[in-house]
Design a protein around this ligand. Structure first.
Ligand code: HEC
Length: 255
């Protein structure tokens, strides 16, 4: 029993402390690692970065990628007020219905709706993107090896084609994408948008903020999970100490 508790305590520490692999999905190229505030045992999201990241998503990525698991009202988590969220949602048109006459109709999105997708179906999405499908980004940070570091590296990994590389038409060279050819043109560059808080919109900053935002969409409950983890470890340590005391007392008279 005691051994089990000690092992469990150690395992919890190990799983929280040691991050996952930091290599690109299929190649061995080392990712550009960042010091993410949401990593580590005391990890927390930086809401001002998430808000900037949302702006990057909304003004750039949303043209091609959905975040279908996120509802507008979830943005309250990262510091938007209810009124701001109403205004954001009202920017999107949603198809609802049928109404009493059996017809579908368009209406403004409400805070309780999920984010509206950029394309109505797969075919339209592929047609607009040289045959490739822009994946939904809500869980992408969890879905790719290397997580946030991979997404950050991908956004910073566009280069000209090396001379001896056989380039396919309509594809772009990216150091970190498996196979190095990706159908997504480099989506961001310095100053492509302006941040409301005056932060300089460099390529690094834009990619860092949008990646943080996507880390939040992939795991909005991260802060709760980590604080629960900490409490559990604290409890297990306390229990271990108590049980050690009890053991000593019980076995005190036996040689
Ligand atoms: C013009 C459309 C377009 C825009 C804008 C765009 N993307 Fe993409 N994205 C694509 C397409 C198409 C793919 C699929 C690439 C492929 O299969 O080769 C893709 C793939 C991705 C992937 C998956 C890569 C992988 O490993 O499979 C990520 C992550 C991504 N995009 C992030 C972003 C982010 C973040 C933004 C905004 C800063 C963005 N994209 C803006 C079209 C776009």
């Amino acid at each position: 029993m005691l051994n089990k508790i000690i092992t469990l305590t150690c395992l919890s520490f190990i799983s929280i402390y040691f991050p996952k692999a930091t290599h690109a999905a299929s190649s061995n190229i080392e990712l550009m690692t960042q010091n993410w505030p949401f990593n580590g045992i005391f990890g927390r999201f930086d809401n001002s970065s998430l808000k900037r990241g949302f702006k990057v998503y909304r003004e750039v990525c949303a043209g091609c990628h959905g975040i279908r698991h996120v509802a507008y009202r979830d943005l309250e988590d990262i510091g938007f007020t209810k009124d701001e969220i109403k205004v954001i949602a009202a920017d999107y048109e949603i198809i609802d219905g049928p109404n009493d006459e059996g017809e579908m109709f368009e209406r403004e999105a409400k805070p309780s709706d999920k984010f509206v997708e950029p394309y109505t179906n797969d075919k339209e999405a592929r047609f607009a993107n040289n045959g490739s499908y822009p994946p939904d980004l809500s869980l992408i940070v969890k879905a790719r090896n290397g997580g946030a570091d991979y997404i950050y590296s991908l956004l910073n990994g566009y280069k000209d084609y090396p001379e001896d590389f056989e380039a396919s038409e309509g594809m772009y060279y990216n150091e970190f994408y498996p196979g190095n050819q990706i159908a997504m043109p480099s989506p961001i560059m310095d100053d492509i948008i302006e941040f409301d808080d005056g932060t300089e919109a460099t390529l690094n900053q834009l990619s860092k903020d949008v990646t943080s935002f996507l880390a939040w969409t992939a795991e909005p409950e991260l802060e709760k999970r980590k604080s629960l983890g900490l409490k559990t470890i604290f409890f297990l340590v306390l229990l271990t100490i108590m049980l050690l005391g009890v053991k000593r007392k019980v076995w005190k008279d036996v040689d």
